[in-house]
Design a protein around this ligand. Structure first.
Ligand code: HEC
Length: 467
């Protein structure tokens, strides 16, 4: 029998794999959006300095550029590859699917990123060393290269939500994947937000400047850019909501907005007030306040935003054809890909998954618990932690601590088998596998030390063989 092209499952106990990715991702987004936004702030400010002959403004650009070099670029460059490692082990097939679509897009992004990094060094170190007009050109090239990296990544990220049309499934073409339904809305939202991020960090840098009148003129310049960016981001976000698939709308209305809506409104109100204050009374911009505002926006704004985008996409990780648990959800003729859900229903994961140890391929009384744990890791753990109380929608709590195996099996044989929950994959398994998962979940809920029981069962099987 042909095995499925599945990889081993990477599971981080208690935290949940998706959270590892989420934490790295949020740090990356804060750093990268600040850098891209700042590149445009620099270009605009330098144009003003050049036109109005105010070379003193360049001292702010130098200071902010240095800050970016030390913080954003180092943090961004560490977390960028961190994201790659995390997603590759967490969702190997998701990443594989994206690479098969976008390898040249990523290559192009890398080229722009190289220009961006060289650009930021050149920009900072060449102030006053080349003539102002050349420097201005350099700054604009830096800004455009920075934004190009964002544009290319957004095409890939928004394809992860869905292509939004049937074409791609038939053609498999990169263009059909890249210009997906929510590409422009998503790009607009991020472009607007990058100005807000850059303005908020810019105010932090400006607050450290000695010269009070220069500080005021810089703050007065930055604040309206952030305000216009914020307004644009909100408008584009409302448009973005119109481009989402049905599963995302359900997830948003039932699980996400009830938790995050207040925080989002709070971030909008607080950052608007902050930028208005900076505009109106620039000498009130104190460093401690500026740092607090930045932390507030990063934690209450960016974390929910990224978490929402990741959660809304459920049950898929990419293109509405790869489920979070790495199973292929449907045929994609354009790429020669076949759906796997029915094959699994017929033969079971234990037979089709290449990384199941042989001793677990058939369920017996002495391995049921271990098989159940293995299957739960493969089928559920990409989206659910397996430990009670863990933050990533942990399974024991989702079953309200139930210890009745039949009750748990009824859920697996009902909504999961038939795929009736829009945010969960259709997971249709043979009865023995359902029973094993139900047995595992019920045992966890009884508070039994699973590792100890499994270790004991294994040694007794080995002993039995020896006899
Ligand atoms: C692709 C992601 C994904 C996979 C895989 C997945 N689930 Fe879920 N599950 C979700 C989401 C999203 C929710 C919504 C609840 C939330 O966010 O808190 C959910 C909710 C649930 C609930 C609560 C009932 C409900 O409908 O809201 C149960 C029980 C559950 N899952 C069990 C399982 C089991 C058991 C497996 C594995 C056999 C599994 N899930 C696999 C994403 C997933």
């Amino acid at each position: 029998m042909d095995m499925l092209g599945m990889y081993p499952t990477f599971y981080v106990p208690a935290v949940g794999t998706a959270w590892v990715m989420g934490i790295i991702g949020v740090i990356h987004v804060v750093a990268s959006h600040t850098s891209v936004g700042a590149s445009f702030l620099f270009a605009l400010l330098e144009t003003k300095a050049y036109r109005e002959n105010k070379p003193e403004l360049m001292s702010f650009i130098k200071k902010y550029g240095m800050f970016l070099l030390v913080f954003s670029y180092i943090i961004g460059s560490i977390t960028g590859p961190g994201i790659w490692y995390a997603i590759t082990v967490a969702s190997p097939r998701g990443v594989g699917g994206l690479i098969h679509n976008f390898v040249w897009v990523w290559a192009a992004e890398w080229v722009y990123f190289t220009v961006e990094v060289i650009g930021v060094y050149a920009l900072v170190y060449l102030i006053g060393k080349v003539d102002p007009k050349t420097h201005l050109k350099l700054t604009w090239s830096f800004a455009l290269a920075s934004w190009a990296t964002m544009l290319l990544i957004v095409g890939i990220l928004s394809f992860m939500m869905w292509p939004g049309h049937e074409n791609w499934y038939l053609t498999g073409s990169t263009n059909d994947a890249f210009y997906n339904l929510n590409f422009f809305a998503h790009l607009g939202t991020r472009t607007g937000s990058m100005f807000v991020m850059a303005a908020v960090v810019g105010l932090m840098v400006a607050s450290r400047m000695q010269d009070a009148s220069l500080r005021a003129s810089v703050a007065r310049f930055i604040a309206p850019v952030g305000l216009v960016g914020g307004l644009f981001a909100v408008m584009m976000f409302l448009y973005y909501l119109q481009t989402l698939p049905n599963n995302a709308i359900v997830m948003l209305n039932t699980h996400l907005l009830p938790v995050y809506a207040q925080g989002m409104v709070a971030v909008f109100v607080v950052s608007t007030l902050w930028l208005l204050l900076a505009w109106w009374k620039p000498h009130h911009i104190h460093t401690s306040l500026a740092v607090a505002l930045f932390a507030f926006i990063a934690v209450v704004g960016v974390w929910p935003e990224e978490r929402m985008r990741e959660s809304m996409r459920k049950p898929y990780v990419a293109g509405q054809y790869i489920y979070g648990n790495q199973v292929i959800a449907r045929d994609v003729p354009g790429k020669g890909i076949e759906g796997e859900v029915d094959k699994i229903a017929e033969n079971g994961l234990l037979k089709l998954h290449p990384f199941i140890p042989d001793r677990l391929r058939t369920v017996t009384d002495s391995n049921r618990l271990e098989v159940g744990r293995t299957l739960a890791k493969i089928a559920c753990a990409n989206c659910h932690a397996l430990e009670s109380g863990a933050p990533l929608r942990n399974i024991p709590d989702k079953f309200h601590g139930a210890t009745d195996e039949d009750l748990i099996a009824a859920f697996l044989n009902g909504p999961l088998k038939h795929g009736t929950q829009p945010y969960m994959p259709r997971i249709d398994l043979p009865e023995a596998e359902v029973q094993a998962i139900a047995h595992f979940i019920a045992t966890v809920n009884k508070g039994v030390d699973i590792d100890a029981v499994i270790a004991e069962q294994r040694t007794s099987v080995v002993d039995a063989r020896k006899d």
